[in-house]
Design a protein around this ligand. Structure first.
Ligand code: EPU
Length: 432
């Protein structure tokens, strides 16, 4: 069986209203869960989003021997006992790219780690060269055996200095965590600056780590002992991608939408861009209020590492541009292959021309019609939900369990609460 969403579109009417509360950030929670390997005692994690990706990350840890307890909704404790294994389960890791961040803490604590080439969303080639380079610079040997990477540092990891040729988020996090237990100092230059990285560093520092500069392009980590978690619970920061997606939905279809429990400071670039498209946005400390304008203007979008426009909001933004008057260029600079979903928007009636794998031209405004859709990845999945709300007629979105459910908690109930006509249905996989 596979899960689908059936959505009745409003055909452009501005009907949504109310309040939606943002959950903990997937891409912060996953790293905090991985970081529990750096601790000598029990760690308490709170505001963890209850989504397939965090469940899988806990499964990975449990498979290696960790003691994971779900105390209540969103609250977990993790204890890494003696005899913790150093092999990441291929069955789980192959399905989830972010599993790679576990390699840093496991290698740093145990001097070895093995893992398969990790899978995840199909958003283009996702190389591992920066991970391999980093392991080697820190004194480890990397070999490939039976489809698995085996990394060993017999004398423990040594602090090292490296310059990342690409500002990679998971590479930065992996080596920031590895540096916490390495001997000497580790310096990461051209580090990614996403807020999730600073969030992780702040938590680790509270528990005894010495990390300076997370959130800037140079991070210095002084290696030390295992961290102490007792009485210092971690609270996941709000999900800026979820907040940004609701912002786009509100900009398209709401009379007035209040997005609460979020951090508008993490969304400066999308907010600026939406304002220049004519959207009325008000920000408070932890809330954004958005109203759909009667007309949207075309704007160009170029994805960029933080604080630029996030690649994870590119698909929802492109849906918005199909409803804007004029011609917009969308330039996806981070991942090749992350514009393939635009074919489905064209099938719904959008006028989109692919210039090359990184660029599309959107001509608006077009009337979208409900369709059967199969999402290629998690973020495009939610973009299809937004497109379906804007479209005329009914849309059916397939593969919800392997895409949307990976990253958005209880999404249909939260959408329904603000007026979206959405139902979850189960269908036989063969009929998808
Ligand atoms: N790269 C390399 N070599 C490597 C690793 C990455 O060249 O060894 C390149 C990539 O090919 C890409 C660039 O570095 O061109 C940046 O990719 P990055 O490594 O930052 O991506 P990531 O760390 O795998 C994280 C998020 C993604 C998000 C990107 C960009 C997590 C678990 N994933 O991925 O989130 O799109 O950063 O912000 O944090 C999602 O949540 O749906 C998602 C895909």
């Amino acid at each position: 069986m596979s899960n689908t969403f059936v959505i009745k579109g409003f055909g452009g009417e501005r009907k949504l209203h109310g309040k939606v509360s943002i959950t903990g950030a997937k891409n912060a929670a996953l790293k905090a869960i991985a970081s529990t390997v750096l601790f000598r005692d029990t760690v308490t994690l709170t505001n963890i989003p209850e989504i397939n990706d965090t469940f899988r990350m806990f499964d990975l840890l449990k498979d290696m021997g960790a003691d994971v307890v779900n105390l209540k909704h969103g609250v977990y404790t993790v204890l890494i006992p003696r005899g913790f294994a150093t092999e990441l389960s291929p069955g789980i890791a192959k399905r989830m790219r972010s599993s790679i961040v576990l390699t840093g803490p496991v290698l740093a604590r145990y001097g070895k780690v093995s893992f398969p080439h990790p899978g995840g969303c199909v958003i283009g080639a996702r190389p591992l060269d920066l991970f391999v380079d980093g392991f080697e610079k820190m004194g480890a040997k990397v070999s490939v055996k039976d489809d698995s990477y085996v990394v060993e540092a017999k004398d423990g990891l040594k602090g090292a200095e490296f310059f990342l040729k690409n500002q990679s988020v998971t590479v930065t996090e992996t080596f920031m965590m590895a540096g916490v237990l390495a001997s000497g100092s580790t310096i990461i230059k051209n580090a990614a600056m996403e807020p999730e990285i600073a969030d992780l560093a702040q938590f680790l520092n509270k528990c005894g780590a010495k990390i300076i500069g997370a959130g800037t392009p140079t991070i210095i980590i002084k290696g030390g002992k295992l961290l102490a978690g007792a009485r210092k619970p971690y609270k996941t920061m709000p999900d800026r991608i979820e907040a940004g997606s609701f912002l786009v939905l509100g900009a398209l279809a709401s009379r007035e939408l209040h997005i609460t429990n979020c951090n508008p400071a993490h969304l400066e670039s999308p907010i600026e861009l939406l304002r220049s498209a004519g959207v009325s946005i008000e920000t408070k400390k932890t809330e954004i209020i958005v109203r759909a304008p009667s007309k949207l203007r075309a704007v160009d979008v170029k994805t960029h590492e933080y604080p630029g426009f996030p690649t994870d909001l590119q698909a929802p933004m492109t849906v918005l541009l199909t409803q804007a008057e004029g011609e917009s260029k969308v330039f996806e600079t981070i991942f090749e292959g992350r514009l393939n979903y635009t074919e489905s928007l064209s099938a719904m009636g959008a006028s989109i021309t692919m210039m090359d794998p990184h660029r599309v031209l959107v001509r608006g405004k077009s009337e979208l019609r409900g369709r059967k859709l199969t999402s290629p990845d998690l973020r495009a999945g939610l973009a299809f939900v937004i497109a379906a709300v804007v479209a005329k007629g009914e849309s059916v979105i397939h593969n919800v369990d392997t895409t949307i459910d990976r990253g958005y908690e209880d999404i249909e109930n939260r959408l329904r609460a603000i007026g979206v006509e959405i139902e979850r249905a189960q269908v036989l996989s063969e009929s998808v």
